[in-house]
Every structure is written in C-alpha cells, then in structure tokens.
Design a protein around this ligand. Structure first.
Ligand code: BGC
Length: 726
C-alpha cells in the first residue's frame, strides 16, 4: 500500500504510515520558518526530532563548520483528559492531512483512555505566508462518551537539540549538540516571550505567544521552557477549542525581541481563521503564477502540486543572504547546506514563475562573492571559487576532501544560473549590477584552475570530480569543462555588453576589479583549447578520460530496487566500476540541448542510461526530461513517476530520516514543463511544443518571459495555445 493518499489539492496519511516519514512529508514553512510535521502533543524519543528551522540561521559546531540550528519548539503541547495523559492513550481513526492551497496542516483522531473514555481531537497548524513572523495552532477537543476535566499545557520549549549529520552517508551520528543557552523568559498578557541565544556565537531568537481560550491559563517556567497551563471542564458532545498565536523573529531581522513582540501585538486579538484567510490569499497569489493544472491522473496532479508547494514554501523571499538547502527547512541533513541543487535544479521553476524569488536566491550567491574570492585564495587561485556546500557564509562546509576540493562545477553552475535568469527575465539591471562582476571573478578562477600544456597547446582540467560522484577524481570531466566554458562565455559577453550599454558602470567595475582587456583573450583561448573527448566512431561524448578504463558492472544483479549501491559496495571499489551515480554528460545535455544534435543525445542516452545507478535522487527527473525530449515517452513517464513520488511514496527509503529532496522536486518540475510541457527559449524567443504522455490529457501552466506573463494550454492531439496575460 502507498504510504500517502494524494488528491488534487490534498495529501493525507493514516497512522500506518511510518512516523518520521509523515513528519518529513508534512513539513510546512513560509521561506523563513519551517517545521517538520510532528504532532504537537507527541513529545517523541528525543528533543532533536522536534525540528523547527529558520532560514539562514546556522551556528558553529566545530571551528569553521556550521549546522542549521534546531529552533525552540513553539508547538509543544501536552494534554490530560480526565486525569490521564494522552500520550499513553490508544489512538484510532488517525488522519494527518495537508491542504496545499493554503499550507494548513491537520491531525484528526480519536483517543481512548484505559477506562474506555473516547475523545475526538483535531489539531491544526499553519505558518503564515502573509507575514513571515507568524504561525498559529488550534486545538479542538470533544468528549464522545464522557464529561470531565481537561488539562492543557502549551508554550515554547527551548530544550531541543541538534543532531549534526556527517557528510559521510555511512556514518550514523549519535552525538547530540546542545545549541541553546538558558533562555530569558518574560510573561505577557495571555502568554510569554522567550528569547534564547545559541552557544557559542550568541545568535538570538525570540518566540512570543498568546494562548486564546475562554479560560485563563497560569504560566509556569523551567530552565528551558515556558508553559501556559489551562484547566477546564469538558461536556460530553461539546467541542472545546483553544488557539495559540506565535510570533518568531531572530538576530537576522534585527532586534528580535522587539520585532516578535510587536508582530504578536498586531495579531493577538485575531482569530486563527482570520489569520489563515490572509495566509491563504498570499498562497493564492503564489499559486496564480506557479500552479500547473493537469487533466488526467489525479495522483499526478496532486504530486505536481506537492513539488511546487514544497519549493514555494522553502524559498526565502525576504532575505538575500539565505538560500534553499538540499532538504529545505524539512531536515538537518547535510547540515542544512546549500549546493548546486539550488541553482541547477530548483531555480528554473522560480526563474520562470516567481522571478523575484529567483533573483533573491541569486543575490545570496552575489552576497557571498567576497567569501568565494577568499576561498579561491585559500586554494591558491585568483578570482572566485564557490564552495561545494555553503551556509550563512560562502565558506566550505563539505568535510569530505575529494568532494569538497574537487567538485568544482558548482562555481560554473552558479554563473550559468545567473545567465539563465537574465536571459529569460530580461532583467538587464541584474547583469549590470551583479552578474558581470560574478562572471569576471568566476572566469578568473577557471583561468587558474585549468592547466596549460604548451606541448599540446591545450588546456586541461585536472583533479576534478563531476556530478557523477562515482567517477573518482578525474581529468577533463565533460560536465565541468563544458560548464566552465559557459562561464567564460558569459564573462566575455557581459564585458562587451557593459562596455556598450553601461560605460560609466563599467568604468567603476573594471577599475574596482583591476580588469585588463587581455583577460578576454585568455578566456577565449580556454574555451577554444580546453579538452572534451568525442569518439567520432561512436558519435559519443565521453564523460572523462578514465571512464572507459573502469570495470563493467551487472547493475541488475547488484542493485536491490532503489537502494543506493554505496550501502553495499565500498566507495573505493564503487569508483572503479563503469557506473554512474547520476547523470553527467546527460546532465549537461539536459541543460544545453541546443549544443547537440539529436543523434548525439540519443547516443549518449543509449550509452550512459543503462550504466546509471540513480543512487542520487537528482537523477530521475533529469532522465525524465532528456527521455521526453528524445521522444522516449514510456521511459520519460517511468522516470518522472519516480521523481514525482520520490518523497510522497518514500521510494529511496530515506525521506523520513533525511527530509524532502528539494533538488528532485526541481528536476520533476523541469521534466514536466521543459519535457512534457515543451517549454524552451533561446534568450530571445520562447517556444512551446506538446510532448504530453497519455497520463496527461491536457495541461495548463503559466510563466514569465522578459517580464511578461503567459499561459500555455496543451491538449492531446492539438497544437499548444499560448496566451499573453494582462
Ligand atoms: C548528490 C549531489 C547533490 C547532493 C545534495 C549528493 O548525493 O550526488 O549531486 O548535490 O547529494 O543533494
């Protein structure tokens, strides 16, 4: 049985769905605060499992290494019915559900006490999309066959901990880290304000709340938490309710206590429903441009909305110093770090449907350019070198030496995303104010990173790891060289555009960067003389220089379902088999199909696809996209379904303990819109063709191009219709 039920706007689970999986899938956020979908009254095994995160809020756990901080739990709740603790009661008819139109999370269930007293419970929670500081909870309790006492405790609990997870996926960490010093707690009318500071950097968060109910609550505190305690008498068949309104602010916003207090003051007399209504309207505005309407399979429709929903709620839109981590705000896996996942996988959806959010995400990279310049220096290189894993600063967070030192394509990936953003939005100011500087600095890094061989008059890229992390450390990796060339081309074009269109700004920038016109010739030389290997006989682009020396592996025999092979075969051995973890040549072809003939892509598909293990969740959606463009619709559908339902159906068996795979969501969106929905552009014109599989009878999506909104409507058997919206 599938762990999740999916309808067009809702997902839901019963109690038979594993708890950590439920907690991941039902994560809710607003780009600022995010919480996993744990039931408020379930205290859980350990304080590290009650996870709440704030975008960009990291703290050091070792010199130079940060973790995304698990924030105080503002949902914390305990209930006693007729004197009995609900945690020990029998739960039945349990449903957890999420309304994706507005981000409302709901738990509804019955409890039965030892003496057979039955109670209907509903808990609701949302994090406001209208005001990033606000969250709200509502609890409804109705005794079914009894009358008697209710005891409710709820407040803010800072006794939560972090469980930093190693980069090494084979290493299971059991070391909990206490991030919070003893908080300061102040009572307010109807609630309290808790301000906590992290250890060691004193980064501050404030959570202020009020509990609105007919009864008055008494306030109790201990070292790490503040609790409102309320007692009342329930009547059989009558529903009792309480609402808790929360305001959250942190050091990144300024004076967190002041902000949280004033945000709470503004809403403290409002109802849960009124606040939800405002949030719903804000969600409505997001859905207006980002929704994709499918006719056909309802599960696909719901799955598609889920990927869009998760991406929209993960994206910081207020803060150009934060981005989206590999697991968004749904889990601390990868220490909450930012990867190429954001620019290459997730960004296209934002660029096409929410360009303001896309710009904000790119600004995070621009704002960490000074760190990338320092990082390049640390690697004895000029220019700017972006880190494989980054957090609130741009400094390297990857602790695995080969990946951290050699998976350098991220620098070119970021430049590429800048290029795509300006090409499709037409936001030239962005090129002038941010893009050109980033292109020049990153191009300078490539100049130092390539080795020139005077004997051959060629540039080699040595000691490099491509996106296929099972390729070891290699030379002239196809993906990295190709993306570095793109980066250099972007720099050349930007300099020429700056000179023509913004001579004054160019004057400032070029003198600030001590730019020398001779640099352009070197960039062009690297583009012309770097090495990619093409086998003329087979018409095949080779991944790198060593791939064909590797030993073949019978994947069908070795691989057990979707379980990653690194769990069974040691990395050292795995890297000497002729297998791919995820697409590499095909990855580049997915990004730049216009650089290749259909035959070249088909040949690459026939060669690499059977050798690909899909041990990374980044793999399926990209294969779906390439297959769809090649007209291999059954393969495209097979890969798309894997990517689309990866988390909802827990296909890799790790969504519960690792969180939602944000890059896979982005890849699914690209497969849907650029693949089945046939959208493409060359920077000047866009085009829509129909590649609908039989599962989609018709499809409607909106997008922006050069600042104008459009709607594409595609029906099986008909030509696509494009409307410019006003
Ligand atoms: C993948 C990388 C990805 C990282 C974070 C790894 O397993 O191989 O491509 O960036 O996960 O999602």
């Amino acid at each position: 049985m599938k762990p999740t039920r999916i309808t067009s706007w809702h997902i839901s689970c019963g109690s038979d769905t594993e708890r950590s999986l439920r907690e991941s899938i039902f994560s809710i956020a607003n780009g600022y605060i995010g919480t996993r979908g744990f039931r408020p009254d379930e205290r859980g095994k350990h304080a590290a499992w009650r996870s709440t995160f704030i975008s960009g809020f990291y703290e050091y756990i070792r010199p130079g290494i940060t973790d995304l901080v698990n924030q105080p739990d503002f949902s914390a709740m305990a209930l006693r019915l007729n004197g009995e603790d609900t945690e020990s009661m029998h739960v039945f008819d349990f449903t957890q559900s999420l309304d994706m139109s507005c981000g409302l999370l709901e738990w509804s269930f019955f409890l039965e006490s030892r003496d057979g007293l039955r109670t209907k419970i509903k808990m609701e929670k949302f994090i406001s999309m209208a005001n990033r500081h606000i969250a709200a909870l509502r609890i409804s309790v109705m005794p079914v066959n009894w009358s008697g006492s209710l005891y409710l405790e709820t407040g803010i609990d800072a006794s939560v901990q972090n469980l930093p997870i190693s980069d090494n996926q084979l290493h299971n960490n059991i070391e909990f880290v206490q991030m919070w010093n003893i908080p300061e707690i102040k009572p307010i009318d109807g609630g309290a304000v808790l301000t906590a500071k992290t250890f060691p950097s004193h980064r501050q968060v404030t959570m202020a709340y009020v509990l609105n109910a007919d009864e008055n609550a008494a306030l109790t505190t201990d070292d790490y938490s503040v609790t409102s305690v309320l007692e009342t008498t329930l009547k059989c068949g009558t529903c009792w309710q309480a609402e808790k309104l929360v305001a959250v602010a942190c050091f990144r916003d300024g004076d967190s206590e002041n902000i949280a207090r004033s945000e709470l003051e503004l809403i403290r007399h409002e109802s849960f429903d009124a606040l939800l209504d405002r949030s719903k309207k804000a969600w409505g505005r997001l859905w207006e441009t980002s929704d994709v309407v499918l006719e056909g399979d309802e599960t696909w429709q719901g799955g598609v909305r889920y990927i869009i929903f998760q991406l929209l709620q993960a994206a910081p839109r207020h803060d150009p110093h934060a981005s989206i981590g590999a697991r968004g705000l749904t889990h601390g896996r990868y220490k909450g770090c930012y990867f190429w996942d954001t620019e290459i996988y997730m960004l296209p959806m934002f660029t096409m449907t929410q360009p303001e959010i896309a710009k904000n995400l790119l600004l995070y990279r621009y704002n960490t350019l000074p760190d990338a310049v320092k990082s390049a220096k640390n690697f004895s290189a000029k220019g700017a070198r972006y880190s494989w894993m980054a957090s609130d600063t741009g400094f390297e967070q990857c602790e695995t030496w080969d990946t951290g030192c050699c998976e350098i394509h991220v620098t070119a990936d970021i430049a590429f995303a800048f290029g795509k953003y300006t090409a499709s939005t037409g936001d030239d100011q962005f090129l002038c104010c941010y893009g050109t500087e980033l292109y020049i600095q990153t191009a300078r890094y490539w100049v130092d990173r390539f080795n020139y061989s005077a004997k051959e008059d060629r540039y080699h890229l040595l000691f490099v790891k491509g996106p296929d992390e099972y390729c070891g450390v290699t030379s002239n990796d196809f993906y990295t060289v190709s993306m570095a060339r793109q980066n250099l081309r972007l720099a050349i074009d930007a300099v020429s555009e700056m000179k023509q269109r913004w001579p004054e700004e160019w004057q400032d920038l070029s003198s600030r960067l001590s730019f020398n016109d001779n640099e352009i010739a070197v960039w062009q030389n690297i583009i012309d003389k770097s090495v990619l290997t093409f086998d003329e006989k087979r018409g095949l682009w080779l991944q790198d220089v060593t791939f064909e020396y590797m030993e073949p592996l019978d994947i069908k025999k070795e691989k057990d379902g979707d379980k990653p092979l690194y769990l069974r075969i040691g990395y050292d051995r795995l890297q000497r088999y002729q297998v791919l973890k995820q697409p590499a040549v095909l990855m580049y072809m997915a990004l730049c199909p216009e650089d290749f003939s259909k035959d070249e892509i088909e040949t690459a598909w026939n060669y690499y696809e059977p050798k690909t293990l899909h041990d990374s969740t980044l793999s399926f959606g990209i294969h779906a996209l390439v297959a769809s463009r090649l007209g291999k619709t059954p393969e495209a559908v097979r890969y798309f379904e894997k990517s689309l339902f990866l988390d909802l159906f827990d296909l890799m068996n790790n969504t519960g303990h690792e969180g939602i795979h944000m890059a896979s969501l982005g890849a699914s969106w690209q497969a849907l819109i650029f693949g089945f929905g046939g959208l493409s552009h060359d920077g000047e014109y866009f085009k829509v063709v129909s590649r609908l599989p039989e599962q989609i009878h018709a499809m409607r999506y909106r997008f922006f191009f050069k600042g104008h909104p459009y709607e594409a409507e595609i029906k099986q058997g008909d030509d696509p219709i494009i409307r410019e919206l006003t």
